[in-house]
Design a protein around this ligand. Structure first.
Ligand code: PDD
Length: 283
């Protein structure tokens, strides 16, 4: 049986009742998180829960639980479903009210739903690398908020998918921002480049772990936007996300990046990242 979280209760999937007037459904008026589960433990749980509360705050949703209570609710969900290697998806909407663009006059209760499932680590893609397609970044200017409004991301990913690519490499003009559901990194002459954590990208939790791994392995980091026109001159390129971890990008728009296989620095980062996963498992 699959258990899901519905506000403060664990219920059977079919018991959930959501209103057609839910503002998440009507406006995408809400926020979400995806958290990795390894060996039935949440990886970087604190960072994800902190970011969830920050996203809520940025759109003026008040989550009616303390972070500790929230954390426990996520763990109970994982435990109830006996998930080992997987993910938790949690979303919070502003709740349900008659449709008006402005916030409802009377305070609506946020609606929280969460589910968890098994998701294998993408081991072979992490070893062999994937292809990306460049797509213009047409999203709004608050990409730092993990908002349910994902139409720009969805359209970009679909375009990449239709070209047989794993991910869309988004750019605003000549500036590379991030992926449709990932952060992007180039490595050139032993230096890692990635877009700074501004309003134009989501500051990935995986990205933060990677930056600390760079320090550990002695790979200098420059948080500076990369130029699209120079993208093929990178020695190595990769993307990161909660579910994809560190995923080499070996081909962009059908052209090889570097030697067209996973690079040495990328491999070292994967090893350092794996060590961090193992540290979490062994606590
Ligand atoms: N996506 N940038 C965007 C636009 C994202 O949607 C994501 C994550 C990231 C990477 O963030 P993190 O390392 O915290 O997962 C960057 C999630 C996984 C998703 O929407 O499924």
């Amino acid at each position: 049986m699959t258990w899901v979280l519905w506000n403060d209760r664990l219920v059977k999937d079919e018991e959930i009742r959501l209103s057609k007037e839910d503002r998440g459904y009507q406006f995408g008026d809400g926020i979400y998180e995806v958290i990795r589960v390894y060996d039935s433990n949440m990886f970087t749980a604190k960072e994800h829960i902190d970011r969830l509360y920050e996203s809520a705050d940025k759109i003026k949703i008040v989550i009616p639980y303390t972070k500790d209570v929230f954390h426990k609710m996520m763990y109970d969900l994982i435990e109830a479903n006996e998930v080992k290697t997987g993910q938790v998806y949690v979303q919070i909407t502003r709740g349900s009210a008659p449709r008006t663009h402005q916030f409802p006059a009377t305070v609506s209760e946020p609606v929280i739903t969460a589910s968890t499932k098994e998701v294998e680590r993408p081991v072979s893609q992490m070893a062999n690398g994937v292809a990306a397609k460049t797509v213009e970044d047409i999203r709004w200017l608050r990409c730092d908020i993990k908002s349910l409004n994902l139409l720009g991301n969805v359209l970009a990913k679909q375009e990449a998918h239709e070209s047989g690519c794993f991910e869309a490499l988004l750019h605003r003009g000549d500036t590379i921002t991030e992926g449709s559901s990932s952060n992007m990194y180039g490595i050139k002459d032993g230096v890692l480049y990635t877009h700074p954590a501004t309003n134009l990208i989501l500051n990935g939790i995986t990205r933060r772990v990677i930056l600390s791994c760079c320090e550990e392995i002695g790979l200098p980091v420059v948080e500076q936007p990369m130029s699209l026109s120079d993208v093929y001159s990178n020695d190595e390129f990769f993307m990161s996300s909660t579910t994809a971890e560190i995923m080499p990008i070996v081909m962009i728009n059908g052209e090889k990046v570097g030697s067209g296989i996973r690079g040495e620095w990328t491999t070292k980062l994967q090893v350092a990242f794996e060590a961090k996963i193992n540290q979490t498992i062994n606590v």
